[in-house]
Design a protein around this ligand. Structure first.
Ligand code: HQG
Length: 179
């Protein structure tokens, strides 16, 4: 089985278009695995997918994008569905990072970091992760430093995604540094 392809399909279903699979995310983004499997089994490529395959897909992935608990599965970040996934705000580390294409920097320094198509702004816990995120769009991305601790103390909300990804609401540019 192509577990990377399965992971992409699940990210699409659980982050962006659950209705295409006749699924409804609960407030925290969970769906019943049994319901997800019914939907997947309708498509010829995924007729034989089992819960064990979903566990294996998570285990072999280079990023922790999904989690399973008590017969349910959800995406940990990345959502663009109209109803915002509810998260518990948490104090972040003092510094977080954001990798972005050169062409986006002037707009970010003017308007702050915005969620754009997603529900939350995505930040990286370390520069390496930020570089990888930025390289999806630019070979030589800019790594911005976000004064997350200070922003949180002054009222910006941050949420834990996984061990290397944090989420936030709009981050005003006064908390963002270049270079
Ligand atoms: C940019 C992937 C202009 C922002 C990654 C980014 C991540 C602005 C783009 C996760 C802006 C949005 C999310 C502003 C933000 N003006 N551009 N004011 N504010 N932007 O894909 O953070 O592999 O929605 O810099 O690894 O790139 O799918 O966010 O370039 O963790 O699991 O607008 O998605 O994870 O792009 O990536 P995205 P992102 P997966």
């Amino acid at each position: 089985m192509d577990y990377m392809k399965l992971s992409k399909e699940l990210s699409y279903a659980l982050r962006h278009a659950p209705w295409e699979y006749e699924l409804e995310l609960d407030e925290e983004g969970w769906v019943e695995i049994s319901q997800l499997l019914v939907a997947l089994h309708e498509s010829p490529g995924w007729r034989n997918v089992t819960e064990d395959d979903l566990q294996h897909m998570i285990a072999v992935s280079n990023k922790k994008r999904h989690e399973i608990n008590a017969g349910r599965i959800r995406a940990l970040y990345g959502h663009s569905t109209p109803q915002k996934i509810s998260k518990i705000a948490t104090q972040p580390p003092e510094l977080l990072y954001h990798g972005t294409p050169v062409r986006a920097v002037s707009s970010i320094m003017e308007h702050g970091l915005q969620p754009r198509q997603r529900q939350y702004v995505h930040l990286s816990a370390d520069m390496d992760t930020a570089r990888q995120v930025g390289q999806r769009r630019d070979d030589q991305p800019v790594i911005l430093r976000v004064k997350a601790g200070q922003a949180a103390r002054e009222g910006v909300l941050f949420y834990h995604g996984n061990e290397s990804i944090w989420l936030a609401d709009v981050i005003p540019s006064r908390y963002i540094e270049q270079g």
